[in-house]
Design a protein around this ligand. Structure first.
Ligand code: ATP
Ligand code: MG
Length: 226
């Protein structure tokens, strides 16, 4: 099976000396194309750190990261940013939309960075917002949207550059259970479309939707189910 991202003996140490925290302790993990993987584990176990490294938002202290089979461990910040733009869509617990931009403009933003011409960009942003059921909210600001609607804008934004991998760090953590379920249905649809998803969750019910569950504890993979 084609691999999207592979981590090889990844370690992450934050800080130095007495204050140093080892957040990841030798993680080996491969995500294959089309997979739906849930990452679970207690608070502080290293889940977000792992997501940031898989998403090229951060680099390991030791170990290697391969994207599409290519070692990206030694890329500089500019090269990583370029790769990240086309390879990854990130969905955060707190949505992380730009408050002064409309739903449409938020979805357009990654496409602006990628140099997509305006007409094509607007067409695609509208199409994505329609896909997540927000075709009638394109000109609303985040503050004029509910939490679930904001998260749907964030999902549309994550899809903007047609990424190889969608990473979601507790995407339903701030939502009521019904709204959370709607967001998860959306991830199911993305999975059915053949997209590759990795989602961090505390919720066993959420994890049941995934094909594989990776449990981490104290910076190590404790168990892989599926
Ligand atoms: N920027 C940082 N500087 C120093 N330590 C950090 C930093 N980010 C995370 N840590 C530490 O690394 C460990 C792992 O943190 P991480 O955020 O990956 O955990 P998590 O599993 O996502 O937890 P949660 O479920 O609470 O979100 C924790 O002990 C945390 O305090
Ligand atoms: Mg976290």
């Amino acid at each position: 099976m084609e691999e999207v991202v592979r981590l090889e003996d990844v370690w992450k140490v934050y800080g130095k000396g007495e204050a140093a925290v080892t957040a990841l302790k030798g993680i080996d993990l491969t995500i294959h194309r089309g997979e739906y993987v849930a990452i679970m584990g207690p608070s502080g176990s290293g889940k977000s750190t792992l997501m940031h490294i898989m998403g090229l938002l951060d680099t390991p202290t030791k170990g290697k990261v391969y994207v599409g089979g290519r070692d990206v461990s030694w890329l500089g910040e500019d090269e990583r940013a370029l790769l990240r733009r086309n390879y990854i869509g990130f969905v955060f617990q707190t949505y992380n939309l730009i408050p002064t931009l409309t739903a449409m403009e938020n979805v357009e933003l990654p496409m602006i960075f990628a140099g997509v011409p305006e007409r094509e960009r607007k067409r695609r942003a509208r199409e994505l917002l329609e896909k997540v059921g927000l075709g009638d909210r394109v000109n609303h600001l985040p503050s004029q949207l509910s939490g679930g609607q904001q998260q749907r804008v964030a999902i549309a934004r994550a899809l903007a550059n047609d990424p190889d991998l969608i990473l979601a760090d507790e995407p339903t953590g701030n939502l009521d259970s019904k709204t959370g379920e709607r967001i998860l249905d959306m991830f199911d649809e993305l999975h059915d479309e053949g997209r590759t998803l990795v989602i961090v969750t505390h919720d066993e019910e959420v994890a049941k939707r995934a094909e594989r569950i990776v449990r981490i504890r104290d910076g190590k993979i404790e168990e892989v189910i599926g």
